[in-house]
Design a protein around this ligand. Structure first.
Ligand SMILES: O=C(O)CCC(=O)C(=O)O
Ligand SMILES: [Fe+2]
Length: 346
């Protein structure tokens, strides 16, 4: 079986239809692809990796000066049976990190400007990809834009991550990040270290994603899977703690592309010749409703903080997450007990 597809974005200029077709095929088969020729210079990617390294190397007191708030700005650190990951996020609306008071003092204005420039690069790229997906689906090129207004919340979120080195070899069965799908529209992922694994199209195994220098990884989130009625796949993935790498830090950066909270959950259906048209199914919910239920369910079990005192979620939205059927993974398995454990009102 051929591996995870590699798509060269330089085709966009010379043969946009072919490029859109290649993206669509990769995203409908694997839900993941490796993107080369994307136009973000390697030096700029490295610069942001260096900032991540510099920040995560700071003492705990500096990093913990500002914990992540509800506007998705600040630092967080999760430790659970399935791994440790620390992260730093810069807000969910354009330019918010230049003015926020919720970043550690380590983040000087000059450093924040570098982050903002990188976010702008990622934004341009994500818009280009959304255009290509819309084109491949027979929709107007700007079809996905109104639901992705950068001035509205939540916009796209850049998360710098470190999986700290361990001093002893871990149980090889414990991943550093448990299997999950991403709940946004799609994700651009940058990493220089192996470890990411994705579920194969036949769902029989997890396949390692090769690290290709200068390339980035694109994966479909629940959002595009919902829009496309499952034609584009939101694929399970995880970070495996490879025994040989347990004593090294692993860095990655994810740019989560999100539909705005107030965007209605709209469905498309696929007709003959692969064209997508509006589906009349009415769902009285927004992407915000979907994400709130999805995120909370995910984190609840992810953090192993299930003690019966979890948040009360609106059962209507939990039902929506369940019925839509794209959200899955160990961390969010809707088994007989999963939903109750997440503290859902009866
Ligand atoms: O660190 C990685 O390579 C993957 C991170 C990831 O899947 C996520 O943050 O959703
Ligand atoms: Fe992910």
């Amino acid at each position: 079986m051929a591996g995870i597809p590699v798509v060269d974005l330089r085709l966009f200029a010379s043969d946009p239809d072919r490029l859109s077709g290649e993206l669509f095929d990769a995203a409908s088969k694997w839900g993941f692809l490796i993107l080369t020729g994307h136009g973000i210079p390697l030096e700029e990617i490295d610069e942001v990796f260096n900032l991540a390294q510099g920040f995560f190397a700071q003492p705990k007191e500096i990093k913990e000066e500002k914990w992540m708030n509800t506007a998705q700005v600040g630092y967080d650190h999760k430790e659970s049976v399935i791994g440790t990951q620390e992260g730093c996020v810069f807000g969910d609306v354009a330019a918010s990190n230049l003015t926020t008071s919720n970043l550690s003092s380590w983040w000087t204005h000059a450093r924040r400007e570098k982050i903002e420039a990188f976010r702008a690069r990622c934004h341009v790229l994500s818009s280009q990809l959304l255009t290509a997906f819309a084109t491949a689906m027979g929709l107007p090129p700007a079809y996905f834009f109104p639901a992705h207004d950068p001035a509205k919340r939540p916009g796209n979120v850049l998360r710098l991550m470190r999986y700290p080195a361990l001093s002893t070899q871990p149980d090889a069965n414990l991943p550093s990040l448990g299997e999950h799908t991403d709940w946004g529209t799609m994700t651009l992922l940058f990493t220089k270290t192996a470890g990411l694994e994705v579920k194969s199209p036949d769902a029989r195994e997890f396949v390692p994603v090769p690290v290709v220098e200068g390339a980035l990884i694109v994966n479909i989130g629940d959002g595009l899977a919902l829009w496309s009625d499952g034609a584009l796949k939101s694929t399970l993935h995880r970070v495996a703690r490879k025994a040989s790498l347990y004593d090294q830090d692993r860095y990655s950066m994810a740019y989560f592309v999100n539909a705005n909270a107030d965007a209605p959950l709209k469905f498309l259906k696929r007709g003959p010749e692969g064209k997508f048209t509006h589906d009349e199914r009415k769902l009285d919910a927004t992407f915000g409703d979907y994400q709130a239920a999805r995120m909370r369910l995910f984190h609840e079990k992810f953090d192993s903080d299930v003690d019966g005192s979890g948040p009360v979620l609106d059962p209507k939205f939990v039902a929506i997450v369940k019925t839509l059927g794209v959200a899955h993974g160990h961390a969010i398995t809707y088994g007989s007990t999963g939903v109750e454990q997440a503290g859902v009102a009866a």
